[in-house]
Design a protein around this ligand. Structure first.
Ligand code: PLP
Length: 382
């Protein structure tokens, strides 16, 4: 058994990033400023996006995106249930109704096939999730959205650096990334909104900062417009320069992170192929670059979520950390009681929600750590 605890995720922060933060702190400008602008430009270039707006979190971006799309009571928004709770919470807080599309049992992603039957005259938006670092099958989803004249907002919290058919996620359409510490790159907390719709971008830029036409850096340093006015009531979701300078450093290392994650994931796949009880996710068949945000397995023979709980606890006793991404949203207390969905409505979601488990995967791990995890799994499963 290993002597030290292996967490399931850990950010990789370099000395250069630490020094860059110190420099920002000494510079006299610590909130939204030149580092945010440089981070937005670098991220836009990396993704080949038409435009990018830095935000305090992906959740913040999702909030103001719903606002910009005038989502409200009576509206239905199609999204998966096997996702992080933030999107469904925001839909609910906006007074709209989340409509859950079931996922593919082995990629955990919704598709044009599962979304199509749910579209009706109340459907105002589709929010699919690029899951675990894999890319959604965007072409059929985009076509379905276009035919029905419904916007598509991609949750790309797991997909910084992912590619679909040779193109970076974020290069087209409207996409929201997260830089929470467990994601593929981090800046403490932060997010990025990318869109090829210039008016949507302008609206996000305005809503993220009090509804002002320009932000404090524009006013005080760039001196563009001396008196910015409130054009509409807005929020306070700007990123600080302290965070942005970390994001700049992380973005420069993102491809290296993904290469490392890929090597670790390949080792897991090779070793776990011999473990009958464990079913890793399958990789989609269309061409894509997997960013390997998470390495998710399913306990095929688990009969209840308690079996999975015991498995995770037994690994913890052996100094192996695990994560759970995610417990289905419709199975959580508030949504169970308010939505009262018919049992059996989302079979692939429910099956996975009870059996998934995320194994340790982060760039500073080594192949020996993967061996430790698989050894511990074999011990626990006998
Ligand atoms: C992390 C995550 C979010 C939220 O990102 P924040 O930056 O923490 O707000 C949204 N969706 C998914 C699928 C996530 O994993």
């Amino acid at each position: 058994m290993r002597s030290d605890f292996l967490p399931f995720s850990k950010p990789s922060i370099s000395e250069a990033e630490i020094a860059a933060v110190a420099e920002v702190l000494r510079s006299g400008w610590i909130t939204t400023g030149p580092n945010c602008t440089a981070f937005e430009e670098a991220f836009q270039t990396y993704c080949q996006a038409a435009g990018a707006v830095a935000l305090s979190s992906a959740t913040a971006g999702m909030h103001i995106a719903l606002k910009a799309l005038n989502i409200g009571p009576g509206d239905e928004i199609i999204t998966p249930s096997l996702t992080w709770v933030s999107t469904v919470n925001l839909i609910t807080l906006a007074g709209a109704t989340p409509i859950f599309a079931d996922i593919d049992k082995d990629t955990l992603m919704i598709s044009a096939d599962t979304v199509k039957p749910l579209i009706n005259e109340h459907t105002k938006l589709i929010i699919p999730v690029h899951f675990a670092g894999a890319a959604l099958d965007l072409e059929p989803l985009r076509q379905l959205a276009a035919v029905n004249n419904i916007p598509l907002l991609e949750d790309a919290a797991h997909a910084a650096g992912s590619e679909y058919k040779g193109t970076k996620i974020g290069a087209s359409g409207t996409t929201i990334f997260s830089f929470h510490p467990i994601k593929n790159m981090t800046c403490g907390e932060g997010g990025m909104f990318c869109s090829d719709d210039g008016r949507f971008l302008d609206r996000i830029r305005r809503l993220k900062f009090h509804g002002l036409g320009v932000d404090a850096y524009d006013r005080n340093v760039q001196g563009r417009v001396p008196q910015a006015e409130v054009l509409e009531p807005g929020y306070k979701y700007n990123l600080t320069d302290i965070a942005a300078v970390i994001g700049r450093g992380q973005l420069a290392r993102l491809d290296g992170f993904i290469e490392k994650r890929t090597r670790l994931a390949e080792r897991y796949l090779e070793l776990l192929a011999e473990v009958d009880e464990i079913s890793p996710l399958k990789q989609p068949e269309y061409s894509m670059r997997h960013a390997w945000h998470l390495f998710i397995i399913r306990l095929k023979n688990a009969k209840t979520a308690a079996d999975r709980q015991n498995f995770m606890a037994a690994l913890k006793e052996r100094n192996i950390g695990t994560g759970l991404h995610f417990k289905a949203v419709h199975e959580q207390k508030f949504y169970r009681e308010s939505l009262k969905l018919k049992p059996g409505l989302l079979p692939a979601t429910a099956w996975n929600s009870e059996r998934i488990c995320s194994l340790p995967l982060f760039p500073d791990m080594n192949l020996g750590d993967v061996d430790d995890v698989v050894d511990a799994i074999k011990e626990v499963l006998v």
